[in-house]
Design a protein around this ligand. Structure first.
Ligand code: FEO
Length: 164
């Protein structure tokens, strides 16, 4: 059985993952409007991954005989200046998610909930990858700068991302 505090924190994290999914879908829509279809594809895959993260938490809460509670998802931002701003926001968002995961790990340790602590280690590792990926793409965008050919090639590369 989950302690109330832990259940609340996990439900909040599930909401944050769903918000992430919604944000990345909004970023995909922006890229579609800019005819950057490879970038849009990458963001759609990312959005699907975030939905998967939310569902992992959904399953875990149920496995522990807890209660899943869905809450409101805020309207995501819909306009950005360019791809660089989007990936800079992506990195900031992932850093926020990392902090949220770390906070629940801290809570699980304080509450001596070893199962939740162990379960969340998957997310701790995943966040390292999420931040590294955002930094890597941001670096490539900076490298490309104003070069349209470079942007075209990067769009093609991101368009090859396999569904997670
Ligand atoms: Fe599920 Fe990108 O954090």
């Amino acid at each position: 059985m989950l302690k109330d505090k832990i259940q609340k924190a996990l439900n909040a994290q599930m909401n944050l993952e769903l918000s992430s999914s919604y944000l990345y879908l909004s970023m995909a829509a922006y890229f579609e409007s800019e005819n950057l279809n490879g970038f849009a594809h990458w963001m759609k895959v990312q959005s699907g991954e975030e939905y998967g993260h939310a569902m992992k938490i959904y399953s875990y809460i149920n496995q522990r005989n807890g209660r899943v509670n869905l809450s409101k998802i805020d309207t995501p931002q819909s306009e950005w200046k360019d791809a660089s701003e989007i990936f800079s926001d992506t990195l900031k968002h992932e850093q926020k998610v990392t902090q949220a995961i770390d906070d629940i790990v801290d809570l699980a340790i304080t509450e001596k909930d070893h199962a939740t602590n162990t379960y969340l280690q998957w997310f701790v590792t995943e966040q390292v990858e999420e931040e590294a990926t955002a930094i890597n793409i941001l670096d490539k965008i900076k490298m490309v700068g104003e070069n349209r050919n470079g942007l075209f090639l990067l769009d093609r590369e991101l368009g090859m991302r396999a569904a997670g």
